[in-house]
Design a protein around this ligand. Sequence first.
Ligand code: CA
Length: 228
Amino acid sequence: MSARILIVEDEPAIRELVAVNLRHAGYLARESGDADSAVTMIDAERPDLILLDWMLPGISGVDFIRRLRERASTRDIPVIMLTARAQEGDKLQGFESGADDYVTKPFSPRELLARVRAMLRRATPEASEDPVEIAGLRIEPATHRAFAGDVQLSLSPTEFRLLHHFLRNPDRVLSRSKLLDKVWGDAVYIEERTVDVHIRRLRLALRPTGHDRLIETVRGGGYRLAPS
Ligand code: CA
């Protein structure tokens, strides 16, 4: 089945260009020019991926993503941000708020499609994979759920994959570049400090149950899940 992609972008020329290219590549592209209609469309039919313009009338990309991440029904929809070069400094803030990737305007349709493909591939749960549990942290790949003790965690797609990778590699020091390779995969444009932002978000999610202590920072090395 074709993946459903929602484009939230107030500039009609860009929106249409993106939509035409996505449709040409076989995706079901929906278009929205503002946040309110986007929310209505998301509620009516859950997209598999959202392409989100950073600068929307009336609401910032950050606020929009926060709204998505606050709701159980929308928190695990992957989001790729579309930013202008002048807003490069905002992209870490975008990751902080829960975006999974970003593309800088002007972008080539080819680059955008490569990022869309990579994101959809990563977001697809691997149903054949068994649940993994370490020190009270549990990931169920088939249902895309994560738990700390009895508490179900609300993680963005990237934090979910990050935790999953830690649980599959307990006690091993994982460098930032290794994490980028294993968790982000094809997104070669992402900088190493982005890893730190997502580690911070993951620790925040684990803090209420005290499991944040399991993720250690290894000086000069990277990060490690230390079960004991
Ligand atoms: Ca805009």
